[in-house]
Ligand binder design. Structure first.
Ligand SMILES: CCCCCCCCCCCCCCCCC(=O)SCCNC(=O)CCNC(=O)[C@H](O)C(C)(C)COP(=O)(O)OP(=O)(O)OC[C@H]1O[C@@H](n2cnc3c(N)ncnc32)[C@H](O)[C@@H]1OP(=O)(O)O
Ligand SMILES: Nc1ncnc2c1ncn2[C@@H]1O[C@H](COP(=O)(O)OP(=O)(O)OP(=O)(O)O)[C@@H](O)[C@H]1O
Ligand SMILES: O=C(O)CCC(=O)C(=O)O
Ligand SMILES: [Fe+2]
Ligand SMILES: [Mg+2]
Length: 337
């Protein structure tokens, strides 16, 4: 009797059943392919050519993140660093590229130093940076979460500045799904690579393990005295007593995490600019949702405001349109998104 028959109910109903059915695996017996099939309980990972070990799959299922050591080479990271510097020096630009300064600097007098840049976003049209999103060793892991049709939806190179004394270099605890109008969340994953050693001194990622199993929470601007960066929403009623894990990472280490995982990053207490590069991927088979009437409506409004200020777009753009324009296929077929 298969393990599946021993189950009388499927928690989560028919949707859950469909997920289980997709994970049915043929198990070879005595060198032959058996017709016996065994279900797995995996809900957040796919069996992509055994890229993930059983332990790694179980870890992600339980915790919502997975760190792979030394995944990106020093040479590649140097080349991304150079590309970033050329953007800062205005030697390179590209359509869609967003350059952001820390609020503590943006609101003070003009600082000409290129180092004042806190992050560049949406570098999908900068070939040397976008190469990060297509690195085969990254895609190989991404496919374990998205399946074969893979879109790069959101790109960032984060240059966390030395804190100007107002703690504005922190990133409040949040769920990335707050910004995303596509589902299902299981088929969305972030890859985030440390471009140098990152620990508590320069503001490493902080995660609340297991929170990917929860729901999308209400987000607002946190009430921080020193100010908060534009669009850095945090979870409302965040309880600082939650058990946190600080992800100390070496240069080239990469963390893959679920878009519901609650995470943030601490302040940078060093004199250096802490660099990380990241991409959010989604299965091209995902679908867009309408966020009107949901907790995500506030981010849609903010995006529309920025689009109006920057491009003079009067008719409010949907969050969906903003994302459709950014997404790029990196593997397989652009089926839906
Ligand atoms: C086609 C639509 C485009 C819309 C783009 C936004 C899409 C958002 C999706 C984000 C997805 C994220 C996925 C998960 C990741 C979670 C996060 O990372 S959340 C943080 C995301 N942050 C952003 O997306 C911020 C993007 N930043 C910007 O768009 C710009 O940097 C800017 C804040 C609009 C400012 O750019 P710019 O107009 O070039 O700057 P200035 O002309 O110097 O200043 C204008 C105005 O804005 C104030 N300001 C500048 N920087 C900041 C800041 N860091 N925080 C707060 N305010 C800032 C500045 O003081 C000026 O204000 P004033 O009152 O007009 O004087
Ligand atoms: N009220 C809040 N709402 C949302 N996020 C918060 C709030 N208070 C703190 N955080 C966030 O919690 C995360 C973890 O903070 P943490 O205490 O680790 O960083 P830190 O105070 O800069 O450094 P450390 O504690 O390592 O000395 C940071 O991302 C911080 O921005
Ligand atoms: O501080 C970082 O590098 C990550 C911030 C983050 O979580 C985000 O931009 O979504
Ligand atoms: Fe995030
Ligand atoms: Mg602290």
């Amino acid at each position: 009797m298969s393990a599946m028959q021993t189950r009388s109910t499927f928690p989560g109903g028919p949707g859950r059943l469909a997920v289980l059915q997709r994970h049915l695996v043929a198990v070879p017996v005595s060198g032959q392919v058996s017709t016996a099939i065994y279900p797995t309980d995996f809900q957040y990972t796919l069996n992509n050519n055994n890229v993930l070990t059983l332990e790694q799959r179980q870890f992600y299922e339980e915790n919502g993140f997975l760190v792979i050591k030394n995944l990106v080479s020093q040479e590649d990271l140097e080349s991304f660093r150079n590309a970033f510097e050329r953007i800062c020096k205005k030697e390179v630009s590209a359509p869609g590229l967003v350059i952001m300064r820390d609020v503590a600097i943006a609101k003070s007098e003009y600082v000409p130093d290129q180092k004042a840049i806190t992050k560049v976003q949406d570098f999908q049209e900068v070939p040397e940076l976008f190469r990060y999103c297509s690195l085969p060793q990254i895609i190989k892991y991404v496919e374990c979460f998205t399946g074969p049709n893979i879109m790069a939806m959101h790109t960032m190179l984060i240059n966390k500045p030395p804190d100007a004394g107002k703690k504005t270099s922190r990133h409040p605890m949040h769920q990335d799904l707050h910004y995303f109008p596509f589902r299902p969340a299981e088929h969305v994953v972030c890859a985030w690579t440390a471009m140098e050693r990152i620990d508590r001194s320069n503001g490493c990622l902080v995660v609340l393990p297991g929170t990917h199993k929860g729901t999308l929470k209400q987000h607002d601007y946190p009430e921080w005295e020193g100010g908060v960066n534009k669009m850095y929403h945090g979870i409302r009623d965040y309880d600082p007593n939650n058990p946190r894990v600080h992800l100390v990472m070496e240069k080239g280490d990469t963390v893959f995490f679920h878009p519901l995982l609650i995470h943030g990053s601490g302040m940078n207490r060093t004199a250096g600019f802490r660099k990380a590069i990241s991409c959010h991927y989604a299965s091209a088979d995902c679908h867009y949702i309408d966020v009107k009437g949901t907790t995500q409506e506030i981010i849609e409004k903010e995006v529309a405001e920025i689009a109006f200020k920057r491009y003079g777009l009067e008719t409010a753009i949907d969050l969906k349109d903003a994302w459709m324009a950014r997404g790029r296929i990196v593997k397989g077929v652009r089926t839906s998104l």
